[in-house]
Design a protein around this ligand. Structure first.
Ligand code: SAH
Length: 248
């Protein structure tokens, strides 16, 4: 008998932000395949076999095929398989590709949603991404679409007037900023960077759109981090205030 494979969101860091279902799946799994981004405190909850299958620096396409094959093999052997991903498995997590591969192999798939870092990360430093006084909506967008994939139309995004939350944007912040400025966004539009949200290494900085690249460099803010661009970013708490309380 095979069990459904669970694609589980581990949330941004702190295990208290796991859903009850995520915790149950993690604890009852025979084997857990975990990404790099999953917090060590969440990995510590694994009772079965833990396989770290992060692909930092590796050949992405080959590794992805390898992960699919591994999940399929383990599930077909009758094991309870959990595929554990940072944040939400269906937000920039390749969860869709994995679900397809599993279904094509004749397996059932269950998706256990998690808190995505693009919402919970800004919140950790006091930024409500859709505060209606400042923005009627939010766009979650990648700053790094991947080899051969289309770059987001930054000028079109700029025209929406919505809050932009950019995942995987730290390395490309200068290019993104330049395109948004060229599209007419104000240089003094508030912007914030939130790094390692809800982890032991959480840090953030508040700046302006024009100041974003320099801020990342001078503050030494590293991936994983979110760029938050829009009026709501001005609500980021001053360093040393609310964030520590929120992070518990
Ligand atoms: N599925 C994840 C996103 C994976 S893409 C989610 O829903 O959150 C990886 C990117 O997510 C990172 O480059 C970074 O932009 C963001 N990210 C993930 N965890 C983060 C965290 N704890 N703090 C800040 N950004 C994070």
């Amino acid at each position: 008998m095979t069990h459904p494979v669970s694609l589980v969101g581990a949330g941004p860091g702190d295990p208290e932000l796991l859903t009850v279902r995520a915790l149950r799946r993690i604890e009852s799994a025979d084997v857990v395949l975990a990404d790099d981004l999953v917090d060590p405190r969440v990995l510590a909850l694994v009772r079965g076999r833990l396989l770290r299958v992060g692909k930092r620096g590796g050949c992405i396409s080959t590794d992805q095929q390898f992960i699919h094959a591994l999940m399929i093999r383990e599930a077909k052997a009758g094991h309870r398989v959990v595929r554990l991903k940072g944040g939400d498995p269906f937000v920039f997590g390749r969860g869709g590709e994995e679900a397809d591969a599993l279904r094509e192999a004749g397996l059932e798939v269950e998706v256990v949603s998690g808190l995505t870092s693009g919402i919970a990360g800004p919140a950790a430093v006091g930024i409500p991404v859709t505060d209606r006084r400042a923005s009627p909506g939010v766009i979650l967008v990648t700053g790094h679409p991947g080899e051969g994939r289309t770059e987001p139309d930054w000028a079109a995004l700029a025209r929406t007037g919505l809050t932009l939350v950019v995942y995987m944007g730290v390395a490309r912040a200068a290019a993104i900023t330049a395109q948004l400025l060229a599209a007419g966004l104000r240089p003094d539009l508030p912007a914030a960077v939130v790094s390692g949200a809800h982890t032991a290494a959480q840090r953030h900085a508040m700046t302006t759109l024009a100041g974003l690249p320099a801020c990342i460099a001078t503050e030494g803010l590293k991936s994983p981090a979110l760029l938050v661009i829009g009026e709501v970013a001005a609500q980021a708490a001053a360093a040393g205030q609310w964030p520590e309380v929120m992070a518990g």
